[in-house]
Design a protein around this ligand. Sequence first.
Ligand code: PLP
Length: 436
Amino acid sequence: MLNLEKSSQAFAQAKEVMPGGVNSPVRSFARVKCDPPFIAKASGSKIYDIDGNEYIDYVGSWGPMIVGHAHPNVVKAIQEATTRGTSYGAPTLLETQLAKKVIELMPSIEKIRMVNSGTEATMSALRVARGYTGRDKIVKFIGCYHGHADSLLVKAGSGAATFGQPDSPGVTKGTAKDTITVPYNDIEAFVNLMNEQGDEIAAVIVEPVAGNMGLVLPKQGFLSTLRKETEKHGTVLIFDEVMCGFRVALNGAQAAYGIRPDLTCLGKIIGGGLPVAAYGGKREIMDCVSPKGPVYQAGTLSGNPLAMTAGIATLDIISADPAWGKADYTRELSIKTKHVLQGFAKAAKDAGVKVQLHQAGSMFGVFFNENDVYDYATSESSDQEAFGVWFMSMLEQGIYLAPSQFETLFMSGAHSDDDIVKTIDAAEVAMKKVAE
Ligand code: PLP
C-alpha cells in the first residue's frame, strides 16, 4: 500500500487555509477519493512526494513539461536570467526573441501578445475578436475548456466537469447569454447555427484537439467546416492550442490538420513551466490591440524575463535538439506514446476490459467505454468507477496519472524505455483490478 501519511497531514493543514486545500481544483484528487501526494521535487520523468514515494509522471504539470522536469538547459537559462533581475516592467530583447520563435513555428501567427495564463489568452483573444467584428456573440463547443473567464465557463469540461458544475455560480446570465454552445464534432448543428446567426457571431473558439473531456479528436471535416463557415460569415476562428500547441505536432494542431485559424491561443509549453501564455494571429486583427489599437489588454508581469527565458529554452529544445539528432522531437514523443498505448491495449484485452484509447502526438487518454468517444456526452458515458480503480492501482505502482477521466496524459522527452516498460507492467496489474 502507498504510504501518504505526511501528504495527508499536509493536505489537512492546507484545507485550513485554502479552499479545498489547493490553488486549482483538480489537484485535490476529490474525484478519486484519495488525498493528493504533496510534491517535494521533480526531475526528468519523475516526481517525488514528501512521503518519499517516486512516481513516473504523465501529468507533466498538466502539459508544460514536454522536455521533462528540471531539464538542465532550462534550469541553467533560468538561473542565469535570475542574476539579471526578475522583472523590469519594460521592453526586453527576450520578448521579441520568443515572439519570433513562435511566429516561425506557427505561420498563422503574424503578431503575438504575451500574457501570464491560458485564461488570459482566450479571454483577450475573444475581446479582440469582438472589438474587430463589432459583434457580441461567441460560439464554444461543449466539453472544451478555455480557462475560467466568465464567458467561457459554460459547459466547460475538465475541472468543472469533474466537480459536476459545468456552469459556475457567479457567471451572470447576461454574460452567459452571449456564449452559444454546440456539441463537439457536431458538424450539422454547427452549420445550422451559422446559417441562422453567423452574421451576429464575433468568434468561434475551439480546442482543435480537445483535451479537457479526456482526449477527444476532431472528426474528419469538423475543423475544415469551422474554417469554411467562419470565413463565409466574417467570424473570427480562434484555435485554443494552449494544451495541444507544440504537442500534437511541433507546429501545432493547425499544421497537423492543415487549417489556418485567424487567432491562436498558446500556453503551457510556451512558458516551459513558468507562467506564460499568448494570443496571436492575423496582423489586421492583432493591430486592434492596445497601444496600436483600441482594444485594451495589459499585464504587470506579461513578458516576464524569467518566463520568456524558460519558454525560449524549451522551444529551442523541441525545435532542434542536437541530442536527438533530428529536428522533430515531437514525432519521437508520438512514437513513445504509441508504445505505451499498445501496452495498455494489450493489458485491457488480456483482462477483458473494454477501453477506448486515444492519441494525438504526445497527448493520450484512456476511456473505460465500449463505444466510440467523440464528444462530451460520449466521454461522460464512460465507466468512471472503473477509471477510479485504474487510477488508484497505477498510483500505488508508482505511475502518476491525472486523477480524472476528463483530463489528458502527456509524454515527455525524459520518459525512458525503462519508464515505458514499467508503465505497461503496471497497466497489466491495473487492468486486472478493473476486471475484478
Ligand atoms: N485552454 C485550454 C485548452 C486549456 O487546457 C487550459 C488549461 O488547462 C486553458 C485554456 C487555461 O489555461 P490556464 O490554466 O493557464 O489559465
